[in-house]
Design a protein around this ligand. Sequence first.
Ligand code: ATP
Ligand code: MG
Length: 349
Amino acid sequence: MNGIDEMTTVLEPSPLPDFVETKYVKDITSRALSYIKAGFPVHFRGPSGTGKTTLAMHLASKIERPVVMIHGDEEFSTSDLVGGQQGYRFRKVIDRFVSRVLKVEEDMVKRWVDNRLTVACKYGFTLIYDEFTRSRPEANNILLSILQEKMMDLPVGRGGEEPYLRVDPDFTAIFTSNPEEYAGVHRSQDALRDRMITLDLDHFDYDTEVAVTRAKSKLSKHDVEMIVNIVRGLRESGKCEFAPTVRGCIMIAKTLKVQNLTPSKANGAFMRMCQDILASETSRVGSKTNQERVKEIVTELVAKELGMGKTVDVPEDTAEDTVGISTADSEKEDKCERKEIESLAGVSG
Ligand SMILES: Nc1ncnc2c1ncn2[C@@H]1O[C@H](COP(=O)(O)OP(=O)(O)OP(=O)(O)O)[C@@H](O)[C@H]1O
Ligand SMILES: [Mg+2]
């Protein structure tokens, strides 16, 4: 695509592998698509793990225009979204033949770098602005006129062109956000929210949660149902600082799968795995009281699923052997997933 700076990553609108389309998913997608077709941006809002980012990618693939993705960030300024005058441009050439030789070529041409938002507006691409309320509200002001007047104000210094850009009619925007009580989230401006149609998402229904966990882990339906029952039981107990999400189901299912285990075959190790993963997922700072409470509930739920009555022994040796998943690991998994989504969607420059 000529004229698009190589710094801007444009994604192909291809369907996501492992994507499951249950009735719940189809229903939300078709509602969202009808608002998009009527010319309105759509905003998926909901707690962590309710499928917002995945749905946004799926919706974008239905729109069948190239996709530009932005992740909201506290450090963003308007010029990060729009582009800016880059005084210097460094090009690093790593000489692969002679190790430890690093040539730095510097080309000092002042140039305008169109950033993602500008590219999307100019070429009529689909913008996914993931977690947009993580950016400061003033950085997002630029969106007000884009969404309403279909005009984008350009900062001075772009050279030779008009101070605004007419937004291509094919431009569409999909937003996602976590509720305001989440850490690191700003209140969204009323004016911005008023320009989009917000769909509030909650945790998946049972069938979708089972289908997603199965698709991600390739574990049997029976085993996945046991895991989902445990996670949903804990969620519905209302006793957690954070409700466990489908990610908890996926982590447990995948961990079992790589060890070639099933809940009943794994015995005490399954109990320990559920406790580790679910206690880590449901607390922010890992407070002892939260952990104890969660472990107690998980113990009962696992015992019920395994049909073992209330007492299940966690043998000391298996307890040690089990893969411990810390919050750091789950964050890593999260990042991997985001990368996975981007790369599976087919990245092209
Ligand atoms: N329809 C689906 N098919 C397959 N997997 C899905 C589907 N929806 C969600 N998932 C999986 O569920 C997990 C959570 O989904 P996602 O990351 O989209 O949630 P989110 O609401 O964006 O969460 P966060 O607020 O934490 O970013 C991911 O592992 C994702 O791959
Ligand atoms: Mg997300």
